[in-house]
Write a protein that binds this ligand. Structure first.
Ligand code: PEP
Ligand code: MN
Length: 356
């Protein structure tokens, strides 16, 4: 068993080296099992940490593990989000994709809402154009969560198209998955970023499965904020599910909550970013497209998001929005608009960093 499903998490074992050797891990597991506990592995980009699982508040168990010569310390964590908490041992975790380390410079994700399997050429054109405009990651909906069951639901064949776009452009790809079948295909295709959409943000079984299936590869996960979610804590608990199941490489994505402002698709929630940052080390990548839901409003929302402290943006972009399907006809911007917007977003990034 490489990665466990955690029942309770209160103590984290921090080794002196970047990770435990197999025989050290075996020794710790043996000690834990004497106390009816198990050990879970949390694979970080720079180091692994190990969680004691079970009813582990036994002083003797903790003392025995702390006493091993290859262990730096055992940390009792009492924050609600043991791993995603700003103060956790994982706070040094850095997440890199597309040549960008989140937090050091702005990260830009762009591409179509939906890949039309009948129009592979359009997606390939969009992919080349967003790269040219400065995007670091290519997005493209292969499978779509649609409000109506009669709307286009996505297609396994669209996966081939985005893989082709990746190999042509060299851009890493973001794919949303909604179930085990899709997750399996995305993992097999080595998707560089897996998206959990707003509808599945609270699907704990799916979160657990994604965490464990991507643990080994340490794939980036873009976790959208649920459109019906309440406070920051509920959102962070979802990220904690991913980390606790083995993959802490989570980026948090506010994308608007239930609409209150008439003409906007959702209630724009980019102002939540400073509150998220109070509690977690995880990067924040805002999705202005689903927040406001209209191409004309996307630039203002994007710049506001940067002003509020976002580490990046995810923007729906299409070479010919009117020829698009899904959300693209109404909310995708064109590559030329993307290019100038990303430039301005960088300027806001610089400005706002003066206030840090
Ligand atoms: C999308 O990214 O196209 C999408 C469906 O996002 P959300 O889950 O935020 O609605
Ligand atoms: Mn969309």
């Amino acid at each position: 068993m490489a990665h466990s499903h955690f029942h309770s998490l209160s103590n984290m074992i921090i080794p002196k080296a970047r990770k435990l050797t197999d025989s050290q891990l075996e020794e710790i597991r043996r000690i834990a099992s004497e106390f009816d506990c198990d050990i879970g592995i949390v694979v970080g980009a720079s180091r692994n940490i190990y969680a004691i699982l079970g009813e582990e508040r036994r002083e003797l168990l903790i003392n025995r593990i702390s006493g091993l010569e290859y262990i730096d310390r055992v940390e009792g964590v009492d924050a609600p989000f043991k791993l995603m908490d700003r103060r956790s041992a994982l706070a040094a975790n850095e997440i890199s994709i597309g040549g960008v380390t989140a937090g050091r410079e702005p990260l830009f994700i762009a591409g179509q809402c939906t890949i039309d399997p009948k129009e592979p050429g359009l997606f390939l054109e969009t992919a080349a154009a967003v790269k040219e405009a400065g995007a670091h990651v290519l997005r493209g909906g292969v499978w779509k969560p649609r409000t109506m069951p009669y709307s286009y639901q996505g297609d396994d064949r669209a996966l081939e198209i985005i893989l082709e776009a990746r190999s042509r452009t060299g851009l890493p790809i973001n794919i949303e998955v909604m179930d085990s079948h899709q997750l399996g295909l995305a993992v097999e295709a080595r998707a560089d970023m897996i998206q959990v959409g707003t509808r599945n943000a609270l699907n704990y079984s799916l979160l657990k499965e994604i965490g464990s299936q991507t643990a080994e590869a340490g794939t980036c996960i873009l976790l959208k904020r649920g459109r019906h979610m309440s406070d920051v804590n509920e959102f962070l608990a979802c990220a904690e599910y991913l980390a606790a199941n083995g993959n802490p490489n989570v980026m948090l994505c506010p994308r608007g909550t239930l609409p209150t402002l008439g003409e906007y698709r959702s209630h724009p929630d980019e102002s939540i970013t400073p509150l998220i940052k109070e509690k977690t080390w995880a990067p924040v990548v805002v999705d202005p497209s689903h927040s406001v839901g209209r191409a004309a409003y996307v630039p203002a929302c994007s710049l506001a998001a940067m002003a509020y402290g976002a580490d990046g943006l995810c923007i729906e972009t299409h070479v010919h929005p009117r020829k698009g399907i899904g959300d693209d006809p109404k909310q995708a911007i064109r590559p030329a608009a993307l290019r100038s917007l990303l430039k301005e977003a960088r300027q806001v990034w610089d400005m706002r960093n003066r206030y840090r």
